[in-house]
Write a protein that binds this ligand. Structure first.
Ligand SMILES: Cc1cc2nc3c(=O)[nH]c(=O)nc-3n(C[C@H](O)[C@H](O)[C@H](O)COP(=O)(O)OP(=O)(O)OC[C@H]3O[C@@H](n4cnc5c(N)ncnc54)[C@H](O)[C@@H]3O)c2cc1C
Length: 288
């Protein structure tokens, strides 16, 4: 009894380490000033997939990322942790994609991977923060989707049972396979890279490391057996649905908002005062 799993991993700027030069004068993110990391919740998604791989022998995991050539580092992180194959979807034609165009390109890549039982995504990326890409892919592939998963309870060849968080609690949901799942940071503690696998994939690292952020020439695609490189043509993408052409979102203005606390309020550590504060915050529409 084995499953075919796809995990979507995104390379993001590390927004936990924002410095003074994190924004450019035009208000866009200065990616060069921020270290690139794998989106934290994608590591939680990967961890759930790896646990299923351990439990169901013969299960295989393919990691996919869409991004510039440097995003290959995120795929290596996934290989070091235990995935079997990795795909870098990269092409200048994907530049300036909004979530609709991003989910379209990833959907095309998943279709090219072929048969799958489960698709795991993080709930949301720390740079875009929309939490739209997973659900959009599920819609495009006409799949069951379960979002905000905090625990995978049981996986069988035909179904998966999970716990998902709600605003005021949780629910247990069972779905037939195939299904797409988005995983939260509460689900697990992602495992570190395995030293053995780092050694195993050392040569791949040397072969696949692009020397700069320019796009690799298509002839360089599939240069190593564990990291494939696919262009828009490779995944049979309709160019009208890719990049800027496929992105209906228009950014009208970008503002840098600085929140300045004007006054502070101290409350006693008792239930009455805490409840009163919560009510106040709800009435002020700060929470709720
Ligand atoms: C008009 C517009 C133009 C944009 N132009 C650019 C641009 O030029 N360059 C740029 O870098 N960004 C650009 N973006 C941002 C880009 O659209 C988002 O980063 C992307 O769509 C993912 O959305 P998100 O970060 O909100 O992901 P979420 O929906 O929060 O991510 C949820 C999950 O989906 C998966 N996922 C998301 N994106 C990827 C990915 N790329 N690869 C693999 N898995 C993924 C991950 O598992 C992730 O945890 C633009 C956005 C807009 C609105």
């Amino acid at each position: 009894m084995s499953l075919k799993i796809v995990v979507l991993v995104k390379q993001v700027p590390d927004t936990h380490n924002v410095t003074g030069d994190a924004m450019k004068p035009d208000g866009t993110v200065n990616r060069a000033a921020l270290p690139a990391i794998t989106n934290p919740e994608d590591l939680n998604a990967l961890e759930e997939a790896l646990k299923i791989k351990t439990a169901l022998s013969g299960t295989t995991i393919t990691a996919i990322t869409l991004g510039p050539p440097g995003a290959v580092k995120t795929l290596k992180e996934a290989l070091y942790r235990g995935v079997d194959d990795a795909v870098l979807v990269t092409d200048p034609k994907f530049a300036a994609s909004d979530t609709l165009a991003t989910s379209y390109a990833l959907k095309c890549a998943i279709e090219k991977v072929g048969a799958y039982d489960l698709i795991f995504c993080g709930r949301q990326a720390i740079d875009g923060d929309t939490a739209q890409v997973g659900p959009q892919i599920a819609e495009k592939l006409n799949l069951n989707q379960i979002s905000c998963i905090t625990e995978v309870i049981e996986t069988t060849p035909k179904s998966i049972t999970v716990r998902r968080s709600l605003e005021d609690g949780y629910e247990i949901v069972k779905s037939n396979l195939p299904a797409l799942l988005t995983v939260t940071g509460d689900a697990n503690e992602p495992r570190p890279p395995s030293a053995k696998r780092v050694m195993m994939y050392k040569n791949i690292e040397n072969k696949c490391e692009p020397s700069n952020e320019s796009y690799m020439h298509p002839d360089m695609g599939n240069i190593c057996s564990h990291i494939k490189q696919w262009s828009a043509t490779d995944i049979n993408a309709d160019l009208n649905l890719c990049g800027l052409a496929g992105s209906p979102t228009k950014v009208k203005q970008i503002e840098s908002v600085v929140l300045a606390a004007r006054d502070t309020k101290q409350i006693a550590n008792n239930e009455t005062e805490i409840k009163a504060l919560i009510n106040e915050l709800i009435q002020e529409h700060i929470i709720g």
